[in-house]
Ligand binder design. Structure first.
Ligand SMILES: *[C@@H]1O[C@H](CO)[C@@H](O)[C@H](O)[C@H]1NC(C)=O
Ligand SMILES: *[C@@H]1O[C@H](CO)[C@@H](O)[C@H](O)[C@H]1NC(C)=O
Ligand SMILES: *[C@@H]1O[C@H](CO)[C@@H](O)[C@H](O)[C@H]1NC(C)=O
Length: 334
């Protein structure tokens, strides 16, 4: 059964202009985003950069082992080592600041990601399962990512354990599961309401780390390629495997290098997506996040071609004392 918090028509009208101009809800997201940035809850993350970068460095061995494991699992043999690729990326690291020109932001090789707050957008569904593999059989480029959530605290900048980080993204052809509306795939396909694809939650361990297994997201009209994340502090896993309790401390979006998106979009089934592709450069939410932090995921290709899989990582700064209210498009209840 799927229970709507608001029906499709109401949800669509709240988004403003969705019927006429898919993607126009961005304006509303931008207004909310800017209001948050101006509020006392918002903290600039620059002061955490050095500490996070240091920890990023400590995590290299762990990430190398994980990439080796993934390569072995998928039977991928490569001549170059992960260490070489990673060292190369680190060498060309550039710190992105609010004053960085777009050419630096859009083309930089970043080793450290500080995630600014943004909004949940129109496709958030509550009640999804706590699980690591959120693929649900969706076809696409395998993406395993490793996210470190970290408290934004002027004195500590320390990793935060037991944070439940929710993830959701569209599939390779730009459709979200769990939501039926005129700007999300086929509005007559009611089976999509019960579709849990590419949605799920993982808890951070004592080092503030969690992993997700998914596919690289596709794209849809009006937005650059992205993954949504939402952090719950104080939540636990209920008997039926969903989240219970806690409060929401962070709502964000992770982006990808345009060059990586181009490679993925050249593979099947991404090539069959008929929606228009908006680049990072033209996405208002990307520009807004990039002006305050670096929202682009770091990555390494597991093999020689992108279709063999991607390993990505990011550091997400959250303020555990913040409690945010979000507006879901629906609720999954089994
Ligand atoms: C990123 O790294 C590559 C390879 O090291 C280098 O060719 C390129 O100039 C770097 N880009 C930036 C913006 O630093
Ligand atoms: C993406 O999801 C939609 C909705 O379930 C589905 O119709 C479409 O076939 C999916 N794309 C691929 C490539 O499976
Ligand atoms: C899990 O249990 C909660 C509490 O009883 C309920 O509200 C929710 O709908 C259930 N979800 C699923 C997927 O069964």
């Amino acid at each position: 059964m799927v229970r709507f918090l608001c029906n499709a028509v109401l949800a669509a009208s709240l988004m403003g202009g969705v019927f006429a101009h898919p993607g126009q809800d961005i304006q509303e997201e931008m207004i909310e985003r800017n209001a948050y940035a101006a509020s006392p809850d918002y903290q600039n993350l620059d002061h955490c950069a050095a500490e996070i970068k240091e920890r990023d460095h400590e995590l290299v061995a762990r990430r190398m082992a994980m990439v080796d494991e993934l390569r072995q699992k998928r039977g991928i043999k490569v001549k170059r080592t992960f260490a070489e690729v990673l060292a190369k990326n680190h060498q060309s690291t550039k710190k992105v600041t609010a004053d960085s020109p777009y050419s630096t932001i859009f083309g930089s090789n970043n080793s450290c990601i500080l995630q600014a707050e943004t909004t949940e957008g129109p496709y958030y569904v509550t009640g999804e399962f706590v699980r690591k593999d959120i693929t649900d059989g969706q076809r696409g480029v395998p993406l395993t990512y490793d996210i470190q959530a970290c408290i934004i605290d002027t004195t500590t900048c320390k990793p935060l354990a037991n944070v439940a980080l929710e993830h959701w993204s569209c599939n390779s052809t730009g459709v979200y599961g769990g939501v039926v509306n005129p700007s999300n795939g086929n509005p007559r396909d009611s089976s999509n309401l019960r579709n849990t694809m590419l949605r799920g939650t993982q808890f951070t361990d004592s080092s503030g780390i969690l992993q997700m297994e998914s596919i690289f997201p596709g794209h849809y009209n009006g937005r650059a390629t992205h993954i949504h994340i939402l952090a719950h502090v104080g939540a636990t896993t209920a008997a039926n495997g969903t989240l219970t309790g806690g409060h929401i401390s962070h709502v964000g979006q992770l982006f990808f290098d345009q060059s990586l998106i181009t490679k993925v979009e050249a593979t099947s089934p991404y090539t069959t997506n008929r929606q228009s592709l908006l680049t990072n450069r033209n996405d208002g939410i990307f520009a807004d996040e990039a002006a305050r932090s670096d929202p682009v995921m770091n990555y390494v290709l597991l093999g020689n071609s992108v279709s063999q899989g991607i390993f990505g990582w990011a550091t997400v700064g959250i303020n555990s004392r913040t409690s945010k209210t979000v507006v879901p498009a629906g609720h999954y209840d089994g």
